[in-house]
Ligand binder design. Sequence first.
Ligand code: TEU
Length: 581
Amino acid sequence: MDPSSSQAAASVAEPDRAWWKEAVAYEIYPRSFFDSTGNGVGDLPGIREKVEYLDDLGVDLVWLTPVYDSPLADFGYDIRDYRSILPEYGTMGDWEGLRDDLHDRDIRLIMDLVVNHTSDEHEWFEKSRREVDPYTDYYVWREGDRASLGNGVDPDDPAAMPNNWESLFGGPAWTYDEVRGEYYLHLFDGKQPDLNWRNPAVRGDVYDLMRWWLDRDVDGFRMDVINFLSKADGLPDGHEGAVVTGSEHFINGPHIHEYLGEMHEEVLSEYDVVTVGEMPGIAVEDAREYVGRDGPLDMVFHFEHMRLDAGEGGDWDFRDWDLAELKETFTRWQRGLAEDGWNALYLNNHDQPRMVSRFGDEDYRVRSATMLATFLHTLRGTPFVYQGEEIGMTNVPFESVGKFIDVETLRYVERMLERDDVENFADIGEAVRYGSRDNARTPMQWSPADNAGFTTGEPWLAVNPNYPEVNVAEARADPDSLWHYYRRVIDLRHDNDVLVYGDYDLLLPDDPELYAYLRTLGEERALVVLNFTDGEPAFELPDGIEYDAADLLLANYEVEGPTRPDRFDLRPYEARVYALE
Ligand code: TEU
């Protein structure tokens, strides 16, 4: 064999194949997907009615965010019982029916595994706060500063707390429990106490509940803040000024690999399933340890591109993002997991602003969304489409503070209104309107009927007023719509191994308007050219990229005339994918 071609030949013959690398995933936020009962809340039978819709779109994998029994302080990320379904959403029978309907159409189903914390209404916590054996050490309890507490100090005074850690939802990460007379740690809301992963009994119970679901034929898990499980020994104070004080002591903590290794050994290795770790605050070097060949998980959701518009002032301080930084970030992750590991790709989810309002342009809603869809599906990694993305749902023009419902948003607004330099909602309204998780959670827009056809009742969160224009029924009826473009780009990925497994090479790194790259798998090459602006920049193929013929695989505009991609002008938010032969 010609030695110069041996490397290419090897990579064609043997990409490290897996069904989940070839899949396109779809995230469902059940509360807002489809209401089958008219009570204003989405439910499992409602999702069942839409399985055919998902099949038509062409997705292969559904991630269902929590549907377990919960008091809904964080809309289900506060679980009261891991083995039952919240009655509002249906029954276990409905869940089984959904699983079977999906499986009948070859769509896999992954569940949300939320085991950094439970609800404070979970039986384990109820028992732990009463020090009932063996639950006494199931959570992270600390005495706090007894001396000062004894002196009539308010337990809500941060100075009396065990350390200075902050909750990701703002405010201290400790709440004093009157029943036990101690503080418990909660990295999220006070109604979400953190489990004590040091306790082997906690870990054993978590592995049991994972097996319980896996034995019911789920195809894997999306794992909520899974790199937060291990807290530093001694719970030392954190550096103030970090985005969240204390985070250096719980992001990728000292025992995390021990715990996830054990979880893999005891549970995951027994099943053919896929796992996606949600991991705020990780760098690509860390990711390789989690999802590399010997790592415990398969894919990772990182947050670096979600911070491109973060200002200096913490989570709610936004600035404009910059294309050079976006390219740098994606390229670093594409390269960093090229040999080992796998990306989970996303541009929005149930916690983030809508993709088109953030990385696209509402004035070019459909064009910019088709461009972003092309981007998402031509990178190396598994694309995750969030419900409504496929019809270009946008952020919401919330009129007043009373319209928000999400706990993270409300906590922020409360804290800000206490400050002297904030007089009223108008002072912070812009940031809240842009960043609130409620943007992502308004009901799915199915039709131009009342309440976007989501419910016949009063929706739990008002629908986006743009539904008469932005909805599934209209999009499906129009062959040129964004929805049909999603079908095409999903098909394109399914039909082209090069888009799944090919190497990624950035072109024109310094171009301020275009994002262009080559994907290469042996003899197969795909060229992707994306205009991230409303201008009309020219693309020129860099020297050294030779080809005999080019075939235009996909574009979001009509392309006329000779299609050789050596040099062409792009229109606003134009996207093209060529095969080079
Ligand atoms: O989110 C984790 C997380 O880091 C969030 O704090 C996120 O960065 C923030 O909401 C962005 O505004 C997961 C879930 O996806 C989220 O819905 C839960 O509230 C959270 O964990 C706690 O379970």
